[in-house]
Design a protein around this ligand. Sequence first.
Ligand code: ATP
Ligand code: MG
Length: 568
Amino acid sequence: MSEHDREKARAIGESHRRHDEKKLATILKSRQFQAIKGVRDILPPESALWNRVEQAAREVFGTFGFAEIRLPIFEQTELFARSIGLESDVVAKEMYEFEDHASKELAALRTLLLAEEPTIDDPQFFWSYEMKVTDFKERLKMGLDRGEIPKTPENERVCEALGPLLDSIAFARQEYEKTSGQSHAARLELYVKQVRNSLSEVRTQVTVTHLGDDITLRPEATASVVRAYIEHGMQNLPGNVKLYYMGPMFRRERPQKGRYRQFYQIGAEVLGSSDAPGIDAEVIEMLLAFFERLKLKGAVLHINSIGDKNCRPAYVERLRAELQKVREQLGADSQRRIETNPLRVLDSKLEHEQAIIEKLPRIADHLCAECRAHYDEVKRQLGLRGIAYQENWRLVRGLDYYMRTTFEITAPGLGSQNAVCGGGRYDGLVELLGGPATTKGIGFAIGTDRLVLSLQESGVGEVSGGPARSAGGLDVYLAWFGAAAQTAAVGLARRLRDAGFVVELPAVEMKFGKSLGLADRLKARHAVILGEDELAAGVVAVKRLADGTQQKLAEQDLFSYLRAARDF
Ligand code: ATP
Ligand code: MG
């Protein structure tokens, strides 16, 4: 390809880009931004309830010896794929995945090359496609040399393969461009024939390039906790490692009440060499203590055991065989799950499947002796803690790593999205992710959005004044009049805030009526008025806005007056 050709191609590319930018600018100008579908803002005063919930979790979990771990929001896709399972809904459909590429141009070029179908027999098209492939190959090579693109065997192979392919395409073009010899039609036919094969090979090559790490926004956090546990050698710590986390998770689901694409979880995990049923029971006890602290009403604990690698496979086969017999009566999802994950059929909410599912074999009848003993002991341990539970043989979890104990907590006021918490034991996960085979694990994840919803629905989510006033609004609206009073007001505001009062200080001077009107609308408990007269007399006027009573006080009396009003 000559320098002239390249210049021409660059000019075409440039003009396209300018056109796109203009189009984008027009769209942006005429648009009001909105939060993306399935994500939302949590606004005051609701955010205060969220803080209260998170604070309660810290306090309650802290008393059980748990410490916080703060985890990354994204991880390698492979971490989730391997732990949660390829057949799970989360991995198969719901993850936000992307390739973390260093070169945007290269990625855009790849998209372009794959989007265009190089089968049209137009020499003009072939020519521009050839230019793009050349550009791609050069950038790929540069990226590999600079270490910006992963040096995977595939990438290196592609880089090598593109050279000869481009040579043969260029050679065919030169033959076609020779005006002597055969007729134009014959030359074109030959050109098309030669180039088509090469171009489809180019596409195959381009498809397998890997321009950066595969990354996923975390759909859950257990995998990350386990990754961190292994990465930091936490198996060497004494006793069980007890960690909790809180933060956003991301799943591309159909948004509805209690189901979002960015949602929040508060979770905890216990990792260590023991799988004693007492650990399972204590984790559940902690969870319930947390809900009790929040005064959550109507929470119901459901438990089950889903066996382990000794007994579950045989049960799953039995289940599959029984499901085969009723295949025709099942919906499409369940039919598919007969092959991929029969346990998940038990989770079906479809009305017409319920009677069929009730007749299926139950795992409780197929647990091996160890799993049965473990489950019995978990129940006994719950009993000795006075914890009520419902056994639910259909309780299976959507994530592959669970085994033995599984549990879920439902709460009222949530419609069909009524699970506020899911959890269970995952003894094989640490080993699966490359850690010691002896490490066992158990944990849970609370859906914070649903927990907050349920608290609100049952009327205990009201954020009131009271002693924890930070959410309870304004103690003092500090109205000042005149420049000298402003200086005094700034100082007074600072001293009030240092003493813990919530103070609103107007930034500009307002007329008296307007200022006091604003104090009312902000629902301040007191207006403190500072004008020239007060300044001269060394006092402030305090007006209790609930009943309009007003008095003049010296500064030290103001503090004790406000304190008394707060305790009241
Ligand atoms: P569900 O059956 O409701 O989809 P799940 O089994 O997928 O839940 P887990 O992966 O066990 O849920 O997550 C634990 C908790 O996180 C759930 O019990 C729920 O409270 C919450 N949760 C899960 N997905 C969402 C979501 N998309 N929006 C809000 N909360 C969610
Ligand atoms: Mg789900």
